[in-house]
Design a protein. Structure first.
Length: 71
């Protein structure tokens, strides 16, 4: 099922006092999600990490709100 998501472009990561916001998809337990989520290696301040991103044709986004999110 495709869920309505609010995303932020990966190039505009949001910094907080605890570090950068992690995508909701990293901890989501929804089994029927068919959104175009894929793992990508990204460099955040010189540190390479593998995170789940919402992939579209021309860019990758991180999910910050999702109707189907469940812990």
């Amino acid at each position: 099922m495709n869920y309505e998501c609010k995303t932020v472009p990966l190039i505009r990561l949001i910094a907080t006092s605890r570090g950068f916001i992690k995508p909701l998809c990293e901890t989501c337990q929804t089994l029927d999600c068919t959104n175009p989520i894929e793992k990508r290696k990204v460099s955040i301040l010189g540190v390479t990490k593998e995170i789940k991103v919402f992939s579209s044709v021309d860019e990758a986004n991180i999910v910050i709100l999702c109707d189907g999110f469940s812990r």
